[in-house]
Design a protein around this ligand. Structure first.
Ligand code: AMP
Ligand code: ZN
Ligand code: FE
Ligand code: FE
Length: 281
């Protein structure tokens, strides 16, 4: 039986593994296919492609976008995107700037709380263009200002906590279109973690291609419910661990094993999208 993990992060966003380390774990666990889905970045895809190639693993290029619809935050996975697509790269660069500005604002709020953490310290630790709250949490722990990552989130960084800063997001419809014009498939990530049930239909109407039914934080019942929805709306089924390396405790790779038949269907849909982009139909 062949399996895939289609939701993975490296240090090109808020994961701790390099592409080579991630591919090594994939090989050790026997994955046939993996997808790299760093937040607002496709930068790690080239190295991941080489590392997976050397490990005999099929790589699906990807990214994870933060979007919203009707004031509900949701994450969109873009699979098979052309990592050289100009509009995709321009928009990702814009959202990377939003992330960097947000870190500066979080550092300013922390300073106001007498928690002396410089934005530059976070940037140095993150060492990537897509910094996020996990980097702030790690920097707080490293500086001895918090005892644990959990404490950092609980005291300062969680939504509505004093150093939390809302993130400017693209609309979900914009995100779907961005992924499509880059030749990719748009998949709703971990629907069970966001209040997304009310917005799925609108996104399906906007061209959503799939839904991440299997995720580390989905219960069996939840996965079953999203499989049903996938059937009802003719959506592709995906799944992944959302492994961030050691960023959130133990590495999660290996906790979700998506049967390879779903990868076959994704590949067929991506090929169909690609030929329609080329011919304009
Ligand atoms: P950001 O993109 O900056 O909003 O950060 C989102 C990341 O922070 C995601 O990878 C989340 O899983 C992670 N995150 C959110 N809340 C927590 C929490 N309470 N503890 C640890 N990580 C969290
Ligand atoms: Zn993340
Ligand atoms: Fe996510
Ligand atoms: Fe993720």
């Amino acid at each position: 039986m062949k399996f895939a993990d289609l939701h993975l992060h490296t240090h090109f966003s808020d994961g701790t593994f390099s592409p080579e380390e991630l591919a090594g774990h994939g090989q050790r666990l026997g994955f046939a296919a993996m997808a790299l889905t760093d937040h607002d970045s496709v930068e790690g895809c080239a190295r991941m492609a080489d590392a997976c190639g050397a490990a005999g693993i099929e790589l699906i290029t990807g990214t994870e976008l933060t979007a919203e619809h009707s004031d509900i935050e949701l994450h969109l996975l873009g699979y098979f995107v052309d990592t050289q697509n100009e509009k995709l790269l321009a928009d990702l660069a814009r959202f990377q700037t939003v992330r960097q500005d947000r870190i500066r604002e979080m550092a300013a709020r922390l300073k106001g709380l007498n928690v002396p953490l410089e934005a530059e310290t976070v940037f140095a630790l993150a060492n990537c263009k897509s910094p996020g709250r996990p980097h702030v949490a790690r920097a707080l722990v490293k500086a001895g200002l918090c005892k644990s990552l959990d404490e950092a989130f609980e005291r300062y960084l969680k939504k509505n906590r004093p150093a939390w800063v809302p993130k400017a997001k693209m609309s979900a419809l914009e995100g779907i279109e961005l992924i499509h014009q880059a030749g990719g498939l748009a998949v709703m990530a971990h629907p069970g973690l966001n209040r997304t049930d009310d917005v799925i239909l609108a996104l399906v109407e906007a061209g959503l291609d799939g839904i991440e039914c299997f995720h580390t934080k989905h219960s069996t019942a939840m996965s079953g419910r999203y499989l049903e929805l996938a059937g009802k709306f003719h959506l592709l089924v995906t799944g992944g661990s959302d492994c961030h390396g050691f960023s959130k405790g133990k590495p999660l790779i290996g906790t979700v094993k998506l049967p390879y038949e779903h990868v076959e269907k994704l590949k067929q849909a991506a090929a169909a999208r690609h030929s329609s982009l080329v011919t304009g139909h």
